[in-house]
Design a binder for this molecule. Structure first.
Ligand SMILES: Cc1cc2nc3c(=O)[nH]c(=O)nc-3n(C[C@H](O)[C@H](O)[C@H](O)COP(=O)(O)OP(=O)(O)OC[C@H]3O[C@@H](n4cnc5c(N)ncnc54)[C@H](O)[C@@H]3O)c2cc1C
Ligand SMILES: NC(=O)c1ccc[n+]([C@@H]2O[C@H](COP(=O)([O-])OP(=O)(O)OC[C@H]3O[C@@H](n4cnc5c(N)ncnc54)[C@H](O)[C@@H]3O)[C@@H](O)[C@H]2O)c1
Length: 471
């Protein structure tokens, strides 16, 4: 064994979780090593997840804006358009991100090493570089932030050429004529709406009757309607009997009800699994739990107290935002720094077209906890900003307690939903009353006005109830 290099904190994985853990450690004056097996930093978020998918989405939205700008012109993509032409900004976005992150790591004196890391014991890590050299590190604290990868059941023959997963999807050279997607979760729905808007014939298949089971189903219905308006098909309540590339032209999918779906390409989006196998966890005294991840307490501490695990590798929700916050909090806990209260709710943003967002309780959850919660609705058609942009349909739902006083949650579908939701988030955190959305003046014309419209709807319902009770 080479002589180990000693650090205060060693972090495995330079995705969003590992980066924020490293920065927190360095800002607290600690010597930090960040070990990353890939050449770039940023993890699946930058290279195979958030950033590539949202860059392609931006191209689809741009095309849609052109189409909507004037009914006198017809905009469509050339048949056989190259995916790379739709991702022309990706390299620039990734490069900018990489440069910014590298500078930030250097500025904070974080030592970055490239290689595959594994535990030798609970205080030592061995890292193997691409040329086979081995280097050893010791530390007082370790943070495991190795992320996740697509879960591909063995009965589905993912070949990364015709049957792809979210890691390989954007390696397609040409935009396919047709795409079948199995899995109506966030990845399946985001890509389904992007490709449908780009003119691809998309079939989205899930075992559930409706996609995105964890979202308010009134919002989901608007997404499905828009997806189908763009030529997509949702096939719910289906089981997959078999998937096969026919060797020449099509991927052939046989469904439980006997339907056969033929598509040029297929995307498999059936969830994620933790990157855990390479870590040699038993050597550190750690065991993989029955969900295939590492169990942690509320501080992201594993059963070995000086080893923390954060981000996607500890399970759902698999969000970059959650990963970053866990990285930061884990290191603060390790260093006995004040942590503050963990956010009791984190926003969900789903970048379908139209996009959706949620914070706090939705109507179904509120109904389970309260008798007759009030729901205020603001249709985007009633909001001047949405009329001007011609952004189509949208809805903001404000959930309040049965007295119509206390705000319980916000759900939004439509343009800017993923930005708008933060107003609701701050209001929830401050315990704001429904009335405060009426007492405040909002810029006009803005989408934010939808909050006032929804609050007025709730107060109108309260007034009606009072009048009825008095009569
Ligand atoms: C298609 C897609 C779209 C997404 N869109 C969004 C979105 O819009 N918003 C959102 O919040 N989230 C989104 N996500 C989820 C988001 O990308 C993840 O939640 C986030 O990347 C998790 O960060 P992480 O640091 O835990 O893991 P990762 O980003 O996966 O990083 C882990 C890092 O660890 C490294 N590593 C693994 N094993 C080792 C080892 N043994 N030694 C050294 N290094 C190792 C990996 O190379 C990688 O760089 C999306 C995901 C996908 C797939
Ligand atoms: N905007 C965002 O924040 C964002 C974007 C993309 C991904 N992500 C994260 O990535 C994670 C993974 O996303 P995902 O979409 O792959 O997984 P998921 O777990 O969200 O959805 C998987 C879907 O597959 C379906 N399914 C599972 N097995 C099936 C079967 N045998 N037959 C038919 N349907 C089946 C499920 O019903 C579910 O709808 C999510 O947890 C999400 O948090 C987040």
């Amino acid at each position: 064994m080479s002589t180990p290099t000693a650090f205060d904190i060693v972090i495995i994985g330079a995705g969003p979780a590992g980066q924020k853990a490293a920065i927190q450690g360095a800002k607290s004056g600690k010597r930090v090593a960040l070990l990353e097996r890939e050449r770039g930093i940023g993890g699946s978020c930058v290279y195979r997840g958030t950033i590539p998918s949202k860059t392609l989405r931006e191209s689809a939205l741009h095309l849609d804006r052109l189409r909507r700008a004037s009914a006198a012109f017809e905009f469509s993509l050339k048949p056989g358009a190259e995916i790379s032409s739709l991702l022309s900004r990706l390299e620039e976005v990734v490069q900018t991100h990489d440069t910014y992150m590298s500078k930030q790591l250097r500025r904070n004196g974080i030592s970055l090493f490239h290689g595959r890391a594994r535990f030798i014991n609970d205080r030592t890590i061995e890292m193997q570089t691409v040329d086979g050299a081995r280097q050893h590190f010791t530390a007082d604290h370790f943070v495991v932030a190795t992320g996740s990868r697509p879960r591909n059941p063995h009965e589905i023959p993912v070949d990364h050429e015709h049957i792809l997963d979210s890691d390989s999807l954007l390696s397609m050279i040409y935009l396919p004529r047709s795409l079948a997607i199995i899995g109506g979760g966030v990845i399946g729905c985001e890509y389904a709406s992007i490709f449908a808007l780009l003119g691809v014939e998309v079939t989205l298949i899930d075992r559930a009757k409706a996609p995105l089971q964890f979202m308010d189903q009134e919002l989901v219905a608007q997404f499905v309607a828009s997806f189908e308006q763009h030529g997509g098909h949702y096939l719910g309540g289906q089981s997959i009997q078999s998937v096969q590339w026919n060797g020449a032209t099509h991927v052939v999918t046989l469904l439980g009800d006997g339907q056969i779906i033929k598509s040029e390409k297929m995307l498999v989006a059936l969830g994620r699994q933790a990157n855990i196998e390479d870590l040699n966890l038993p050597a550190a005294g750690l065991e993989v739990d029955d969900k295939g991840s590492l169990s942690v307490n509320q501080f992201c501490q594993t059963a070995v107290p000086h080893i923390y695990a954060v981000g996607d590798m500890v399970g759902a929700p698999a969000l970059a935002s959650k990963a970053m916050e866990q990285g930061r909090r884990a290191v603060r806990h390790a260093l006995n720094l004040p942590i503050g209260d963990a956010a009791s709710t984190i926003p969900i943003g789903v970048y379908t077209i139209p996009e959706m967002a949620s914070i706090g309780l939705d109507e179904k959850m509120a109904n389970e906890r309260f008798r007759n919660p009030l729901v205020g609705r603001a249709k985007f058609e009633e909001v001047a900003r949405a009329q001007i942009s011609g952004a189509g349909h949208g809805l903001l739902k404000m959930i309040a307690d049965p007295d119509g006083e206390r705000l319980l949650g916000i759900q939004i579908v439509g343009d800017s939903a993923t930005e708008l939701v933060h107003i609701g988030q701050m209001a929830l955190q401050q315990g704001a009353l429904v009335e405060s959305f009426i007492d405040n003046v909002f810029n006009f014309p803005t989408y934010a006005e939808a909050y006032r419209v929804a609050a007025l709807d709730i107060l109108g319902q309260v007034a009606k109830r009072q009048t009825a009770a008095a009569a």
